[in-house]
Design a protein around this ligand. Sequence first.
Ligand code: BDP
Length: 623
Amino acid sequence: MKKLWLICILCFTAQIQTGAQDFKIPHNKNAALYPQQNQFRNVLDLSGIWRFQKDDDDKGETEQWYTGLKSSEQIAVPGSWNEQIEGIRDYMGIVWYEQNVFVPQGWSGQRVFIRFGSVQYAAKVWVNGIAVGMHEGGSLPFAMEITPMISRNSKNRISVRVENILKPTRIPVGGLPPGGMFSNNPPSSFDFFPYGGIQRPVWLYTIPKNAIKDITVQTTLNTADGVVTVKVEKEGTAKQAKITLEGNKEKLETKGSFTNNVAMMEIKVPAARLWSPDDPFLYHLTVTLINGKDTQDEYELPIGIRTIAVNENQILLNGKPIILKGFGKHEDFPVLGKGTSYPVIVKDFSLLKWIGANSFRTSHYPYDEAFMEMADREGILVIDEIPAVGLYFDDNREQISEREAACIRDIKELVNRDKNHPSVIMWSLANEPIASNRNFRLAGKATADSISLNFFRQLFKTVKEEDNSRLACIVGVQGGPDEWLGLSDVICINRYYGWYAQTGKVNEGANLLSKELDELHGKFRKPIIVTEFGSDAYPGMHADQPEMFTEEYQTELIKAYLDVADTKKFVAGMHVWAFADFKTAQGVIRFGGMNWKGVFTRDRKPKMAAHFLKSRWTKAPGK
Ligand code: BDP
């Protein structure tokens, strides 16, 4: 055994000296279960002040910056770098992060992993100068084992090279040549600021040698009884898994045997208490690994028993129609950028409840895991979106295929991460794809070619293979092709009649919305959600006669859209754009580098429209 360690150490030393770097892409299953502290598992949150150094000329790897940063500044993790340090707001390049950390002595004998909640956009990770792994895609977690690289009796250096360059082959899409008057700086093909960095928490965590690798829970109903199906995946010697479901005065238990490291189990819950926005009841699931008399590992998971389905006109939660009221949102706050902030997350849920919303879309990327857990507990329905914003189809095939691969990667990672949240009812596979990046028009309808249709068929196929228990959609742009929409379980459209078109004319806009909704429903016979509608309102700007950019105009436009929706039995949801004002790239239609369509300000103060929505959405039925 000693010999093996010696060989390992020699190999690693050789690796540093020769510069040989073996960056593995971490397996999704490493990040499937959120780190948990219990008698078998440990967690250490590495949030705090880290070292930070810009690498403008991309020389860090050749100069071996992973052996220690020489002239670093300080930076908070989690957090976006852009607003923390003077002068780097628009920096879209390479930076290095570094932290030194002790691995607790008490963790000996356990496998140690490092987990990043998200790094925007591409990360390479070293521990003690040894390459550990790399990851692309900025809004999803990744984790890798570092047991062989760590020292148990001295500090360990963690080095991360982060690169956030906007490229046409990435999602979200960026880096396209300037397109005239409406160009952005930085050049994003999307309307939110392209923040970079280690934006979510970093953890060290352990799992035992014989460990639960993943748990997948699905629930169905058999009249009033709930049926909970649990798939447990493990590694190691355990022969059996035990699941215990507690809640609503019940304690139910069953065991299953492993075949090829997978055990399937089912529990029937008589007269189940169902999860819904009115009663977001969570049962407590405990999964245990058993080998003879030994218990080897344990993991706890709150679960909600619920079903989700559609008919021609409605979304059905637990077999009953539900109408989504809520918002498209962003992760965005001054100074933090897209950095995790638990107080802001709690505040946002508090405001969602205050205003009477029951849902939101994670526009335009997956949100922090804490957000999803809050949604489960608060009973807020979620449309969970991958970062596929800015997609277009008139460049070369190679670029299109690269974007497709990025979408498929993120669908798999997102389902892997969020598959057990009862709050997630629908996966969103793209926001506002367009046929032609050169000829985008709001008026009339573009048509879809076979390349783009196949692209989206592939995405739907992937998501249904990964999770067939939820709905899936893509979110369509005004003037975009109808053909793509037909692939969705629910027709989701963003509409800006009365804002980007019919400017200043709310009623004319509302009439066009009404007409188009009827046409779309006639064509597809599926429920429709208007996933975005709204107008910019500069806080405190008023007019006696509603005028664009005033709070009155925003309120009037939102009211007109909601009134139209109320007349259509097939409208299954209305999501106002947006929850709060948010930072964007600079451009002539983004005054002060901001999108002012929030019904709350960026620091979460209600505008006139927020008070209007509260009175509308919290009104008792029939009043
Ligand atoms: C839609 C986009 C969204 C924008 C919004 C707007 O989906 O990201 O922020 O329009 O223009 O097209 O405000």
